[in-house]
Structure formats: C-alpha cells, structure tokens
Design a protein around this ligand. Sequence first.
Ligand SMILES: [Zn+2]
Length: 275
Amino acid sequence: MKNSFKYIGGLVVCLIIGLFLIFQLPYQKILISFLNVGQGDSILIRTPDDYTVLIDGGPSASVLDELGQIVPIYNRTIDLIILSHPHADHVNGLVEVVKRFKVEKVLIVGTPYNNAFYQEFLRVINRDGISLNIAQANNDIKLGNYVFIDVVWPINSLVGKHFENVNNASLSVRVLFEGHSVMLSGDAEIEQEHEIIESGFDLSADIYKAGHHGSRTASSEEFLEKVEPEIAVIQSGIENSFEHPHKETLKKFRERNIEVRRNDLEGRVDFIFSL
Ligand SMILES: [Zn+2]
C-alpha cells in the first residue's frame, strides 16, 4: 500500500513538472511566425514576457486558425496590432481578430482608403476604446523587456493624405530583439523603398519579409543592399493570380545568397530564437 502511494505520488510530481515545462518552455524563447494565411501578410511575434504582436491579418478569418495553433488558449490578449496598409490582403482578417481578442493597441498609417473591412476594423477599435495610434518615425515602441519596434517609415503622419497606390503607404518597421532584427515593409514598392532608404535609418536585418509578396515591383537592388538579409520570407498563396513571387525577385535573392522561405511551399514559417 505504502509503495503504491509513493508510486502515485511520483507520478503526480512528474505530471506537475511536465505541465510546468509545457507552459513555461515557450516563454524562454522569442517566436516570430509568418502565418499561413494564403495570399496576404500576417506575422505574429510572441515574447518570453508574454507579449503578443500581430502585424497584418491576411485576407480572411483563417488567421484565427493560425493564432489558435500558437497563442495559448488562456491568452486572449494581443498587446499590439500593426496594420501595414488597408488593402484587403492585410486588413480583412484583422476584423475578426479585434472582435475576438482583447487588443491593447493598434498602429496604422491613417491614409484614407475605401474598403468595407477597413472601415469595420476602425469601427470596432472605436467602439471598444482600443488605443489607436498613428505611425511616425519618432514614435517607436518598446514592448516589455525584449522587443523594440523601430518605425522607419513614414517619417511624419499620413493622416488624410491620399495615395494613388496604397502599397506605397506601407507602414515599415524594423523589429529588434536580443541581437536579431526583422525588416517588414508591407507592400512597399520600389518608389517607397527609395524613400525608406532616404530616411537614413539603419535597415539591416537578419530576416526580411519580401516586400509585396515577392513581386518584381519591390525588393529593389538598392533596398536589398541596405537590408542585407540572410533570409527572405515570402508570404504568398498557392497559385495566386498575381503569380507571386516573381522569378526576377527569386533570382535577386539567389544571386545574393539569401535563403528563401515561402508560405506557399511550406505553410507556416516559424523562427524561434533562444535567449
Ligand atoms: Zn498585399
């Protein structure tokens, strides 16, 4: 009898240690996940001090399935949402995210754009009293102990400023943490990439989210020269109608020995950095 008590006691201790490890392990690392949302952008960052950042939400509510696989069930808070620009393949999925998660803060460029999902996104933010912030280069964001989000474009607020091509109003950030950096320039095309370079900020990054889904309209030689990434991640959908990524872009990456990771070929692309 005594022995079986010892045995059960031992099992319980193992179980508690096991559960502790399961829940604790993710917090020893920083996770950057390029979510598999089809033809669109969505990037999730999770930090050891339990901060969650979501940059864009892809074209549909499928982002919720991806979040469900990564964010622990007990965590319904997203500390920061960054919307690069209000095109459907970046904002539409965010509508369900702001409705279902407790969102602390949202960062946008504020350029006017006629998209019903974007209007709904703003309506829910307003209704729920979520902190809405307009991106400017001097408004960088520090999140907890590990993550610094350096806004590299726009320099000044774009509120009320119309863009014929909203791709070129893409909020661009360099995410810095523990000696690593990630460059995210939304769908910025070559003209905007030039402006980002003109801003004079350090753009170097280990990981570069290929601009505009790997389109030939982005990832100019001069931009790649500044970012100098080791890895480029292309967020494009299987057999998308734009034929992203374009072969010219893939060739540039190949010539520069940049490793290419692709959502359309691999599904979700995760990077885990140990502290
Ligand atoms: Zn896009």
